[in-house]
Design a protein around this ligand. Structure first.
Ligand SMILES: *Cc1c(COP(=O)(O)O)cnc(C)c1O
Length: 312
């Protein structure tokens, strides 16, 4: 029994906005832990549990940690999430809500991650946020659902952090005979680690992350994601933080669903760069979701970033 929910695939008339390209939204924001991550994390945790794991450890204070917490709860296995001091109260209380034991350690994610890995025992599985083939295999199920519903997209728009979602989407396209369609890989300019690797032609590390889209904040993407850019038609699409936040607010008005700026990055490609989709008939947009933002936080970012009035 998979731990994720099958999600709706809905055609958006609002995002189509007069263009000829039909826009299809895969609503991963509706997963119980708030994002697509439960697909891969659920598959990985079930696999580790079958292999004898009796508990799970994560060092993500974001959506990956929430997915591990939820997976552990569903499988009846304890979850420890070690997070740095910078983690918000909201993130900590969501982790607790999903039943995880939350331990705060260190000033940076690196320090929290070091403690988390040092606590590994033979009966514990460490669940990585993006760099594990089991995650990609689990994420790929969203493409299986899209194809099973009868849609064969000719382009996909997807947000990229560490590249786990991109790797899973590619795996799903390949196993459904859609390996040749282009994929627009959306990042905010302050978290463009895939773009940096594509420009360099090899995996590279960004010196720092300067975007508010923290769920995209991997300084270095998985090597596998970089390798995919060399064998498939993966095109970089960059948006500003302001555009990503504005896209979240517009999407909330248009579809009545709140998502994080990480997801807003993919939505901003549709709202603000329609020319990139114009050559296609059926665009699939992965609405990857995210549980860590609130409406008031989005509105505050919008005021700070665009100096604009609240949309209304
Ligand atoms: C994790 C996450 C991403 C990025 O996924 P990667 O696998 O790290 O590329 C994008 N959006 C949301 C909401 C996420 O939680």
């Amino acid at each position: 029994m998979p731990l994720h929910a099958p999600t709706p695939l809905i055609e958006s008339l609002s995002l189509k906005a007069g263009g000829a390209t039909r826009i299809h939204l895969k609503m991963e924001a509706l997963q119980v832990p708030g994002s697509f991550k439960i697909r891969g994390v659920g598959h990985a945790c079930e696999t580790y549990a079958r292999g004898g794991a009796r508990r799970f450890i994560s060092s993500s204070g974001g959506n990956a940690g929430l997915a591990v917490a939820y997976a552990g709860q569903r499988l009846g296995l304890p979850v420890l999430v070690v997070v740095p001091e910078t983690t918000t109260e909201r993130a900590k209380s969501l982790l607790a809500l999903f039943g995880a034991d939350v331990r705060v350690h260190g000033r940076t994610w690196q320090e929290a991650n070091e403690l988390a890995t040092s606590l590994l025992t033979p009966d514990a599985a460490f669940v990585h946020p993006f760099d594990d083939p089991l995650l990609w295999d689990g994420h790929a199920s969203m493409i299986d659902e899209v194809v099973a519903s009868g849609l064969r997209p000719d382009v996909v728009v997807v947000a990229v952090g560490g590249g786990g979602l991109l790797s899973g989407v590619m795996a799903g396209l390949v196993r459904n005979g859609l390996a040749d369609i282009p994929v627009l890989a959306a990042e905010t300019t302050g978290a463009a680690s895939l773009k940096a690797a594509m420009d360099a032609g090899e995996p590279v590390s960004l010196p720092a992350i300067t975007s508010i889209a923290t769920s995209l904040g991997a300084k270095r993407v998985a090597d596998h994601a970089v390798a995919l850019t060399q064998t498939h038609d993966i095109r970089s699409a960059l948006v500003s933080d302001a555009e990503a936040v504005r896209a979240c607010l517009r999407f909330m008005d248009d579809h009545r669903v709140l998502v994080e700026p990480a997801c807003g990055a993919a939505l901003a490609v549709v709202y603000d760069q329609p020319e990139r989709l114009a050559p296609f008939k059926n665009a699939l947009v992965i609405v990857c979701g995210g549980a860590t933002a609130t409406l008031s936080q989005l509105q505050q970012w919008d005021r700070e970033l665009s100096g604009g009035a609240i949309k209304g």
